[in-house]
Ligand binder design. Structure first.
Ligand code: ADP
Length: 259
């Protein structure tokens, strides 16, 4: 409980700080981009070298602007709009997107329960989380290997996380055959901005965001990892008592059956 609380407080503080900085920084950047843009247009075509420098500066500024936009999205911790979702359908519907995103040298296998229980989540955010996990898996496999996404039902006598009640949960596991994680890395993966990737490649926001999403959805994230063998990241989400695709009037997570 303490770990989860500390994590949540950290997320709040980091979110506020990041939001403030990203917002101001973004305003300053638009001045830089705007100025460079104007200068670029007024320069005569023969001033080759100058335009090249300006183009470089513009590209850098645009990249920085893209980063601040990502930070803003993180800081806003976008409001969730949950609905009843069939997780197996959602995953099956993502295959093309995942294929396109992680490249053809990684094969993608989907293992879905025939009757996956519905969950009560923001479908867009769940897709985002799964896509993020697939990208992490790709990075860990150095571009080649096998990625498995497995959706399964579990009636648990003990909750999947220390603070979660026993009951019915759906597990969405993203399994890779990548590098795995050293214990020192595993310990810190949920910290905002913790990354082992080179600057420009990783932000260290993926897993902390996914953790926040899972918690807000009444579930949790579990990671099993063996160095040299691979990693399994599991999203545990409580079973939703209603139907997928049917939005009830007053849904509540606590309606999830407890046995
Ligand atoms: P980012 O991907 O931007 O670094 P994340 O929060 O998603 O941010 O991940 C944090 C770190 O956790 C990564 O830099 C990497 O070291 C480690 N990691 C995450 N997923 C995996 C994985 N599937 N296999 C190995 N390491 C991983």
């Amino acid at each position: 409980a303490e770990l989860a609380l500390r994590q949540a407080q950290k997320m709040d503080a980091v979110g506020q700080l990041t939001g403030g900085i990203a917002h101001d920084f973004n305003n300053m950047l638009s001045v830089v981009v705007g100025g460079l843009d104007l200068a670029r247009r007024r320069i005569a075509a023969e001033a080759d070298e100058v335009t090249r420098h300006i183009d470089n500066a513009l590209e850098g500024a645009n990249r920085a602007a893209a980063l601040t936009r990502r930070l803003l999205t993180f800081a806003r911790a976008e409001a969730l709009s949950p609905q009843g979702v069939d997780p197996a359908d959602l995953v099956a519907g993502m295959v093309d997107l995942i294929d396109r995103t992680i490249g053809e040298r990684i094969s993608v296998a989907i293992e879905r329960a025939t009757d996956a229980w519905p969950v009560w989540v923001d479908a867009y955010q769940l897709e985002n989380a799964i896509l993020n996990l697939a990208v992490n898996a790709r990075d860990a496999m150095d571009g080649a290997g096998r990625l498995t996404i497995a959706v399964s039902n579990h009636a648990l006598r003990r909750g999947p996380g220390r603070d979660l009640p026993p009951g019915d949960y759906v597990r969405i596991a993203v399994i890779d055959e990548g590098t795995g994680m050293e214990p020192a890395v595993l310990e810190r993966v949920f910290e905002p901005f913790f990354t082992t990737k080179p600057v420009g490649k990783g932000t260290g926001l993926g897993l902390s965001q996914i953790f926040g999403f899972a918690q807000q959805s009444g579930g949790t994230v579990e990671i099993q990892s063996i160095v040299g063998e691979g990693t399994t990241v599991s999203l545990w989400l409580p079973r939703f008592a209603g139907e997928a695709g049917v939005t009830p009037i007053a849904p509540a997570l606590s309606d999830a059956p407890s046995d």
